[in-house]
Ligand binder design. Structure first.
Ligand SMILES: NC(=O)c1ccc[n+]([C@@H]2O[C@H](COP(=O)([O-])OP(=O)(O)OC[C@H]3O[C@@H](n4cnc5c(N)ncnc54)[C@H](OP(=O)(O)O)[C@@H]3O)[C@@H](O)[C@H]2O)c1
Length: 288
């Protein structure tokens, strides 16, 4: 397979960093982007000898997107990219009504609007060439909402919807849109997401429930996969002549989607049991 020019957002940590290094090791020309200069320098050093270049790109900052595009066009003699991996994003944990409007908006700015801005900047060149791939990193949480993750998962639901529409809109131009849905992956994601829990729950009616989140996360942590599990899927997508619309990474997280096939009342009950939330928070209210 010919070397692909790949741009990855959020490549300074976790899944993005792993993907940047492994795709470069596989021989692809990787533009690894991120918003922290020091982390980019560290990545550049780790990639010594590999076809990997770093660029500053904060998905919420249009000026950095424009500058990265100008530099990339220069570096590729106006060619642009073959593959855009929209990976930058973060989670936040807290009951939906406890998360401030400001934090909800910030979550959408990065996970949805930022992704769209980057996609708008880099897709036209692929459309003109009649070939290209946009890989959007969603989540299993883009298919199933769960308590204390509702704000985050809603951004991934939005991403799934936008991807479904773009897949059809861009197909006539030869650009394929693919969604990757990771399960629980061991990265900085949980630590970042937990930063918001206190502000969203302390002093709210959900404070006691929030106290159980740590033990739930510890259980999930035991089943976590390494970022490589997602990178392997990305490699398959790039190598495939006809990639599917959706990939779950790793594949066995498909079993988590079984909850979509049972009646909602039962699904809610299962989720409550799994998360230890099967209690009445109000003395007059039955939890069932
Ligand atoms: N880990 C999981 O269990 C899991 C599961 C499902 C989906 N995902 C998705 O996978 C993607 C990668 O997350 P991860 O698990 O690798 O988490 P991570 O280790 O926290 O990495 C997230 C990356 O996104 C970057 N980022 C955040 N905001 C950005 C912005 N405004 N502009 C540019 N880069 C930005 C971070 O950079 P900074 O260091 O500068 O913040 C970091 O490089 C996310 O979209 C996440 O929703 C993760």
């Amino acid at each position: 397979m010919r070397q692909q020019v790949v741009l990855i957002t959020g490549a300074t940590a976790g899944i993005g960093r792993d993907a940047a290094l492994r795709l470069a090791r596989a021989g692809h020309r990787v533009f690894a982007t991120g918003r922290k200069k020091e982390a980019l320098q560290e990545l550049q050093a780790a990639a010594a000898g590999l076809p990997l270049e770093t660029l500053v790109l904060d998905v919420n900052d249009g000026a950095t997107i424009d500058a990265a595009k100008t530099e990339l066009d220069y570096q590729t003699n106006g060619y642009g990219i073959d593959v855009l991996i929209n990976n930058a994003g973060y989670g936040q944990i807290g009951p939906v009504l406890g998360v401030s409007d400001e934090r909800v908006r910030a979550q959408y700015e990065t996970n949805v609007f930022g992704l769209l801005s980057v996609t708008r900047a880099f897709t036209p060149a692929m459309m003109s060439r009649g070939a290209g791939r946009i890989i959007n990193i969603s989540s299993v949480g883009g298919r199933i909402s769960s308590p204390f993750m509702g704000v985050y998962t809603s951004t991934k639901f939005a991403l799934e919807s936008l991807s479904d529409a773009m897949r059809v809109e861009l197909a006539p131009f030869g650009v394929k849109v693919i969604v990757v849905e990771p399960g629980y992956i061991r990265t900085n994601f949980t630590g970042t997401a937990l930063d918001s829990l206190g502000a969203a729950s302390v002093g709210t009616p959900w404070e006691a429930m929030a106290g159980r989140v740590d033990s739930v996360l510890a259980r999930f942590e035991a089943t976590a996969s390494e970022p490589e599990a997602v990178t392997r899927v990305l490699e398959r997508i790039i190598a495939s002549s006809s990639p599917r619309a959706r990939y779950i990474a790793p594949w066995w997280n498909v079993f988590g989607l079984a909850v979509l096939w049972v009646p909602t009342r039962l699904a809610d009950q299962l989720i409550r049991m799994a998360m230890g939330l099967n209690v009445a928070a109000h003395p007059q209210t039955s939890a069932t």
